[in-house]
Design a protein around this ligand. Sequence first.
Ligand SMILES: *Cc1c(COP(=O)(O)O)cnc(C)c1O
Length: 244
Amino acid sequence: MSIAENLATVRRRIAAAAERAGRDPDDVTLVAISKTHPPGAIREALAAGVTDLGENRVGEYLAKRPEVERVAAALDVDLRWHFVGRIQTRKATDLVTGDVLLHGVDRRKLVDRIERLAAGRELHQRVLVQVNVGDDPAKGGCSLAEVDELVAYAAERSHVTVEGLMTIPPLPPPGTDPNEAARPMFASLQAAADRLGLETTSMGMSSDLEAAVAAGATIVRVGTDVFGPRGDGPWQPPVDRSAP
Ligand SMILES: *Cc1c(COP(=O)(O)O)cnc(C)c1O
């Protein structure tokens, strides 16, 4: 299957889930998660209508961004970037550029770092607060009990804009339906966002996007079902052998 065909299938799934929930499919943004995939594959996705790209490693994101932006410009795509990985406080400097939505903000120390960088650069940084709704030790995110306080704290910073909440559910136990396993967690995230008056919820991946759209997701993050299986590691630019 080509990337264009994969995308058409993913879009049909989003539309069907939205219709079942009485929602407008246009209210769901598809973020294509391009980690490990080369700019050539991303070109195909952009040519097939993708406007939002997500990466999860700072090095790979920085290595890929210039080339992908040239491709997007050539295709006349108005590209929006998302960083969906965990953010180490000391690496925040490369991410606080104001032109990427940060999905993984989950602690005060990181909020403080983003605020300081954004203030120094005279920009506003848009963020989502990540919530570990499944209390999965392998995942980032504050707990549901902490989210109100962290959102309030971030909202008080003058250079940080909290647009919403994000979650990654735990890997479902083998043999269980990922949509069924994720459903209560997506409902919890949506309830927290509604309570806090936040419009954006980033939840749902290849295997559980239906449950996310049903719960109210405004962003779904889909990698495998758009690009196919991931490569072994981060994409790296080819070595320039003509360099001295
Ligand atoms: C890789 C990744 C995805 C995409 O996962 P798929 O199962 O391949 O669709 C979504 N969100 C985050 C945070 C990721 O790291």
